[in-house]
Design a protein around this ligand. Structure first.
Ligand SMILES: [Zn+2]
Length: 138
């Protein structure tokens, strides 16, 4: 797995723990771990963050949520992201519970707001699929 994309961005490096998340993203599914007692959690890890149980399973979510908070990077402090500036990074509260930090795609930064309904969005970058969110289309 390449460390950098052909456009220069650093890429996530899946591990055995995170690979199912990226495999699902490639199929346009937002799949998260779900504890039978505590529900969904994110980021991927070996044990439930609440009860430390290891009897969780991977389950598809509806990929829907809303912006809980966000920030706009207008100058791209990392040169690898200069071509993308200005861009938004948000904390998205998913309908199924967890909050995910992700880029917001297909949205002018002036249209961003807390509470904006968003849906998972998938971007194939070389051999990996990145998950971001965009304003809901339906
Ligand atoms: Zn649990």
């Amino acid at each position: 797995m390449a460390i950098f994309a052909s456009d220069g961005r650093p890429l996530p490096q899946p591990t055995p723990t995170t690979q199912p998340f990226f495999d699902a993203a490639k199929k346009r599914k937002l799949r998260l771990q779900r504890c039978p007692r505590d529900g969904f959690f994110y980021y991927p890890r070996s044990r439930c963050p609440k009860c430390l149980g290891d009897d969780w399973t991977w389950q598809d979510t509806n990929g829907l949520g809303e912006i809980y908070s966000y920030t706009v990077d207008r100058i791209a402090h990392d040169p690898a992201f200069r071509a993308f500036a200005p861009f938004a990074v948000a904390l998205v509260e998913l309908d199924c519970g967890p909050r995910m930090t992700a880029r917001i795609a297909d949205c002018e930064v002036s249209d961003l707001r807390v509470g904006l309904p968003v849906e998972a969005h998938y971007e194939d970058v070389d051999d990996i699929t990145l998950v971001s969110f965009r304003p809901r289309t339906a």
